[in-house]
Write a protein that binds this ligand. Structure first.
Ligand code: PLP
Length: 387
């Protein structure tokens, strides 16, 4: 049995989610646009799921648009709003984001820069947090949109989204947040935000389904034409996945009260690693070692050998994998590439320190005995690396 501590990459489908999806995969397969009773039932199921996803983030159901992924939701928010804004307010030709965003955002911003937009990428401090003073200095009446993630996927560090959204609003700029890692792990409320990205597969829902919150009245033009999703995204709805997303959002909302238990396990793991591995440090902490405000489930740790040199985390990962423990090096999509994490290097780590870091990400299904089993592997691993 694998001990799965890679829940920021993706999560296991909750049994209740599987149960909810099952009928839509088989008997209840009708198209929600069909006029007959099967179609009406599918439409009702999609509507109920929309309400459940909206409920998780304090939105109205009509403000939720289902997409094929979080990546698509972010592209839809940014490109759809910029299209609308180009007509309304063409002098707004400046965009702001942070250096630690997911590639779903950063690669899009790089493309927009290539296509003539002026782009400011805010740096972060050693704990991985951008400065609001820098943001306030960057945002001007020319700024069209600010995009800042709610929580970082590699370190779990929470961003000052509320204050950042207020700065954007004071300057008439739109504000988007990628809340993929935060939603269902910490309370997320859309008040003050124009666009917000969600993904089902990070909260024990199915893969291949995302959602975008679009504030009522926010400028937006569709990228994919069609009558579905109130004309905002064409294409027949993925009913089983949408229903699964709804069930996952309902369960995640109910489980928020248990976040303290997840944090307790994460802290037990973190303290245990630091005690067993001399020279190990938490990424996303102040120089004094005080962790920044983080998601309850995430710990990014950099490991050093007895001489204080960064270890090769890939080797650690492989050895843990052989012991049946799944963790990751930074983002799942970046793992496998040779580039050191852009998040950790933006926080001031050297490329070697970044390549010597592992991410442990727990879920509400993680247990103390799993944490203890991981800790039990560490002394032997340390001794082997020391040798
Ligand atoms: N944003 C963040 C912060 C993520 O962690 C991820 C997935 O790793 C994504 C966006 C992309 O999500 P999806 O796979 O649903 O496109």
């Amino acid at each position: 049995m694998t001990i799965y501590l890679d829940n920021n990459a993706t999560t296991a489908l909750a049994p209740e989610v599987r149960e909810a999806m099952f009928p839509c995969l088989f008997g209840e397969f009708a198209n929600p646009s069909s006029p007959h009773s099967g179609g009406m039932a599918a439409r009702r199921a999609v509507g109920e799921a929309r309400g459940q996803v909206a409920g998780l983030i304090g939105a109205r159901p009509a403000e939720i648009l289902f997409t094929g992924s979080a990546t698509e939701a972010t592209h839809t928010a940014i490109l759809g709003s910029l299209r609308a804004l180009e007509e309304r307010d063409p002098r707004r030709c400046h965009l702001v984001t942070t250096a630690v965003e997911h590639p779903a955002t950063l690669m899009l911003f790089a493309d927009l820069r290539d296509r003539g937009w002026r782009v400011t990428v805010l740096p972060v401090n050693g704990a991985g947090v951008p400065s609001l003073v820098d943001l306030a200095a960057a945002v001007t009446p020319e700024t069209a949109l600010v995009s800042m993630m709610w929580a970082n996927n590699e370190t779990g560090v929470l961003m000052p989204v509320g204050a950042a959204a207020a700065i954007a609003r004071q300057n008439g700029a739109l504000f988007h947040s990628d809340a993929v890692q935060a939603a269902g792990r910490v309370p997320v409320e859309v008040a003050g935000v124009d666009f917000l990205t969600l993904s089902a597969h990070k909260m024990h829902g199915p893969k291949g389904i995302g959602a975008l919150y679009i504030r009522k009245g926010a400028p937006f033009l569709p990228l994919i034409h069609g009558h579905q999703e109130r004309g905002r995204r064409g294409g027949t709805e993925n009913v089983p996945a949408i229903v699964g997303f709804g069930a996952a959002a309902r369960l995640a909302g109910a489980a928020l009260s248990g976040a303290g238990a997840v944090a307790g396990l994460r802290d037990r793991l973190e303290r245990g690693i630091l005690a067993r591995w001399p020279g190990a440090r938490v990424n996303g902490a102040s120089p004094a070692g005080v962790p920044a405000a983080r998601l309850p489930n995430t710990s990014s740790i950099r490991f050093a050998d007895p001489q204080g040199r960064p270890v090769d985390a890939e080797e650690l990962l492989t050895r843990l994998d052989r012991a049946g423990i799944a963790v990751s090096m930074g983002a799942a999509c970046a793992s496998g590439g040779n580039e050191p994490s852009h998040v950790l290097t933006a926080m001031g780590l050297s490329p070697a320190q970044a390549a010597g870091s592992l991410r442990f990400s727990l879920s509400r299904y993680s247990t103390a005995s799993e944490v203890d089993a991981v800790l039990g592997e560490l002394p032997a691993l340390h001794a082997r690396l020391a040798a």
